[in-house]
Design a protein around this ligand. Structure first.
Ligand code: TGC
Ligand code: FAD
Length: 416
């Protein structure tokens, strides 16, 4: 299998350099003090710290000033894509093809910072890098990789990942989308639903059954018989594009099959990548909520004192910080296991399940501390709380991850 060209390696290095030097550019001083009770920063390399600060500055300067308005208008801030790409954040832990080739701790820190801004932004980057690019990187032919990955890393081609269908969410094995070979084409029929980036994507990685075997295909925007419908009216992940994909006698070339992506296992192995990233992303949302609640509690006076002086408020803050700290250690260790190639899918389930449920509880507690102010979009806690309801559902619901772990520890699958 041919590796990436010299040119592509050079652009990966350029991405990384941009990421590392971004912090030296004139930047708005961040006032954000993330909780780090167990000195996790001591475990980070200088490179990881620099990457984190550059993404932190990007979020402070470019995301936070606009995100509440985007959420209100149910609009994904697509204008940020070029900068996200030029910082090397797309497919950042993939090797070659213009990708930054970062380790999983650095990649996790990127997702943590992005989700501190908004889960929708992290979703965009997760779907592009950990689902669509990863699927092509792992299962694609050399031609498919050369055609798509450099453009996807540069943000010039946007990808989506179509597994879920209207009648098959938690149980993708039953999916109904069909692919049949006809002459020099595959003909696809079926519908996908809840697909992040769907309506803005230049290519969709689509999972369909050929002779009852699940296979991966790349369907390009404009393919005859392929259309999308934007799903509107969400009260969660409003700053993210969610769409239905429709395939009606959709004709694609035989070359668009992901030859190595055979069986549900292939699709699920992509999910492992995104789920691991979510375990970091959710921390970012939780840390933003905790920080906002802590500041608020010190400034808000009731009964003549800051509410932070009341024991019940302190108990909430302590609970939030304790759970965040445990979640940080979990995500860090998972990333190290991934770097060593030792992680198991069930460990990924534990981290995704724990950290998302934790973040949702933290967001709810923070909203409670902000009380009435917590339901307005002047503060971030309500937006994060609403977003995390989706994050708890996608990439395997909380309960599906419970069953995955239950099956692992007892040896008895309880899915059906
Ligand atoms: P089961 O028989 O258990 O497994 C079928 C084959 O797959 C293997 N396998 C895995 N391989 C890699 N990674 C994993 N996590 C794997 N889990 C299972 C398994 O060993 C088997 O291999 P083989 O060789 O025997 O064929 O399959 P099942 O049909 O019983 O289903 C198991 C279950 C329920 C856990 C699975 O279907 C599941 O995970 N369901 C949840 C579906 C889900 O997570 N969908 C996510 C859609 S994408 C998305 O939500 C993107 S949101 C993105 C964003 O905006 O950020
Ligand atoms: P269902 O599977 O119908 O589940 C309903 C309830 O039943 C849940 O509580 C579930 O835990 C429970 N349940 C189901 N089976 C069992 C069981 N065996 N035992 C016990 N309880 C069970 N999908 C994609 O393919 N690509 C995407 O990009 C994508 N993006 C998304 C973005 C958003 C904003 C959202 C909300 C979803 C997205 N999804 C995407 C879909 C997501 O993966 C599914 O929603 C998820 O897998 C759950 O499927 P479902 O909603 O059909 O719920």
């Amino acid at each position: 299998m041919a590796g990436p060209s010299v040119h592509e390696n050079c652009s990966a290095v350029a991405c990384l350099e941009k990421l590392l030097t971004a912090v030296t550019l004139p930047a708005m001083a961040t006032t954000y003090q993330p909780p780090d009770y167990f000195l996790l920063a001591d475990l980070l390399s200088e490179e990881e710290k620099l990457i984190r600060s550059s993404v932190r500055s990007f979020v402070d300067e470019k995301v936070l000033p606009i995100i509440a308005k985007c959420f209100r208008e149910e609009r994904f801030p697509a204008e940020l894509i070029p900068e996200i790409a030029s910082l090397g954040l797309l497919g950042a832990n993939l090797e070659g093809y213009g990708c930054a080739g970062l380790g999983n701790v650095a990649y996790g820190l990127i997702l943590e910072e992005l989700e501190r801004g908004d889960s929708g932004l992290r979703s965009f980057v997760s779907v592009q890098g950990s689902l669509a690019m990863y699927a092509i990187h792992r299962f694609g032919t050399d031609e498919q990789k050369d055609r798509w990955l450099p453009r996807m890393a540069r943000g010039e081609a946007i990808g989506c990942f179509g597994l879920t269908e209207p009648d098959f969410g938690s149980n993708p094995a039953g999916l109904q989308t069909r692919a049949r070979k006809e002459g020099s084409s595959y003909v696809l029929n079926g519908n996908k639903m809840w697909i992040t980036n769907g309506s803005v994507a230049d290519l969709a990685v689509v999972w369909a059954k050929e002779d009852d075997r699940i296979q991966g295909f790349v369907v390009e925007k404009g393919a005859p018989g392929f259309s999308t419908t934007l799903q509107k009216g969400k009260w969660s992940l409003r700053a993210s594009v969610t769409s239905e994909l429709h395939f009606q006698d959709c004709r694609i070339s035989l070359q668009n099959k992901l030859l190595e992506a055979t069986g549900l296992k292939a699709a699920l192995s992509c999910l492992n990548q995104a789920r691991a990233g979510i375990s970091w992303g959710a921390l970012g949302a939780a840390m933003a909520c905790y920080s906002e609640a802590l500041e608020y509690s010190k400034a808000r006076i009731q009964f003549g004192k800051p509410i932070a002086s009341f024991q019940l408020v302190q108990a909430k803050l302590v609970e939030m910080l304790s759970e965040i700290t445990k979640g940080q250690l979990l995500a860090y260790r998972l990333a190290c296991l991934k770097d060593e190639g030792k992680e198991r899918a069930e460990q990924v389930s534990l981290a995704k399940r724990n950290n998302v449920a934790m973040a949702l509880e933290v967001a709810r507690s923070a909203r409670d501390i902000l009380a009435a102010n917590g339901i307005t979009d002047e503060y971030c806690v309500g937006r994060h709380m609403a977003n995390l309801e989706s994050v708890k559902t996608y990439e395997g619901t909380h309960d599906i991850h419970t069953l995955i772990m239950g099956s692992d520890i007892t040896g008895i699958p309880a899915f059906s």
